[in-house]
Design a protein around this ligand. Structure first.
Ligand code: NAD
Ligand code: UDP
Length: 319
């Protein structure tokens, strides 16, 4: 197939480019590098299965030649206001990538009779009142809260995708991605995995925002990519959660990182630094992914972190 991947230079997009070129597909990467890094794609230069278009998906998209499948992953994705490239600092770009970018990529899908997959997020559930989160849960989101630019853009993107499916008959899929980590995460991303690993490798205490009792469920990137490719090949049009159901508190997570890195500097609890609208608990119910895709994660948190820490060491010039 000829596959267009928006957000190709990002963490997840670049892993998708690797997987789909290796499977023999012709991949066209598209990115404007707002949060992505050309280094993530450097190894694909000269690969006959890969080409690249530097473009902002919020503007009209033209792709020369046939496109059979579109994976729409372009969006700033970090919630941390301390990161200059997080969505609180790129609010308009985040809303445009989710709204106009989704509209433009769906337009390409109609024009090309291409199949379409939207990268949505567990953030559409907001600070959830149902636990674990099933796809049937409608969410608990403040429309003008500090995370709303991301949450509402993705909720709009899901609604638009379903509208194109129901009204125009576009062959669409929606994946709700839960916290994913692994090599190629940006160092200054501001998310908890890069922050904690770098603090630990520098021998500094890990800083927890809030009391550390908030939970997340972390999925290693190779498991996620396998789930995406299975959803691509399915005929499922309703949203599917993909994530690792192993739930951990941020405090336990910090202790695990300190143990795996041998960091003796401990942990600092910054109770007053709790981020606005920070979801208190997050855990995917992956019953649908198991039933429809025969998918479940295979990499444990410790295994995944052991594959991720060396990447950070190398990027920090320590290996
Ligand atoms: P990332 O920031 O590493 O990648 C996003 C990519 O999109 C970057 O390369 C960026 O330059 C590009 N981009 C942003 N706006 C663009 C625009 N207007 N035009 C063209 N390119 C643009 O983030 P990621 O973690 O790889 O996330 C990729 C997608 O997956 C996002 O849509 C995100 O919402 C979704 N997601 C990620 C996670 C996660 O845990 N990583 C969880 C849920 C959802
Ligand atoms: N967090 C933290 N210290 C950090 C970065 C994040 O305690 O240096 C917390 C953050 O407040 C949140 C959790 O870790 O409760 C996960 O944050 P992340 O930014 O990775 O993603 P989210 O799941 O909130 O989108």
């Amino acid at each position: 197939m000829n596959i267009l991947i928006t957000g190709a230079a990002g963490f997840l997009g670049s892993h998708l480019c690797d997987k789909l070129t290796a499977l023999g597909h012709q991949v066209i990467g598209m990115d404007n590098f707002i949060t992505g890094n050309p280094e993530n794609l450097a190894h694909l230069a000269g690969n006959p299965n890969f080409s690249f278009i530097h473009h902002d998906v919020s503007n009209f998209i033209f792709v020369p030649g046939k496109v059979d499948f579109i994976l729409h992953f372009a969006s700033p994705a970090s919630p941390n206001p301390a990161s200059p490239l997080g969505y609180p600092n790129l609010p308009i770009q985040t809303m445009k990538a989710g709204a106009l970018g989704t509209h433009n990529t769906l337009g390409v899908a109609i024009a090309q009779s291409a199949r379409f997959l939207l990268a949505s997020t567990s953030e559409i559930y907001g600070d959830p009142l149902e636990h674990p989160q099933k796809e049937t849960y409608w969410g608990h989101v403040d429309p003008i809260g500090s995370r709303s630019v991301y949450d509402e853009a993705k909720r709009f993107a899901e609604a638009l995708t379903m509208a194109y499916h129901r009204f125009h008959g576009v062959n669409t899929r929606i994946i709700r991605i839960f916290n994913t980590y692994g090599p190629r995460m940006r160092l200054d991303d501001g998310r908890v995995v890069p922050n904690f690993i770098q603090q630990a490798l520098r021998g500094e205490p890990l800083t927890i925002y809030g009391d550390g009792l908030q939970t997340r469920s972390f999925c290693f990137v190779s498991d996620l990519i396998e789930g995406i490719t299975r959803l691509m090949m399915s005929e499922e049009h309703m949203p599917v959660n993909i994530g690792n159901p192993a739930e951990t508190s941020i405090l336990e997570f910090a202790q695990t990182i300190n143990r795996l890195t041998g960091n003796k500097a401990g942990i600092v609890i910054k109770a007053d630094k709790r981020l606005g609208d920070d979801p208190q608990r997050r855990q995917p119910d992956i019953t649908r992914a198991r039933q429809i895709l025969g998918w479940e994660p295979t990499i444990s948190l410790e295994e995944g972190l052991s594959l991720t820490i060396p990447y950070f060491k190398q990027k920090m010039g320590m290996a």
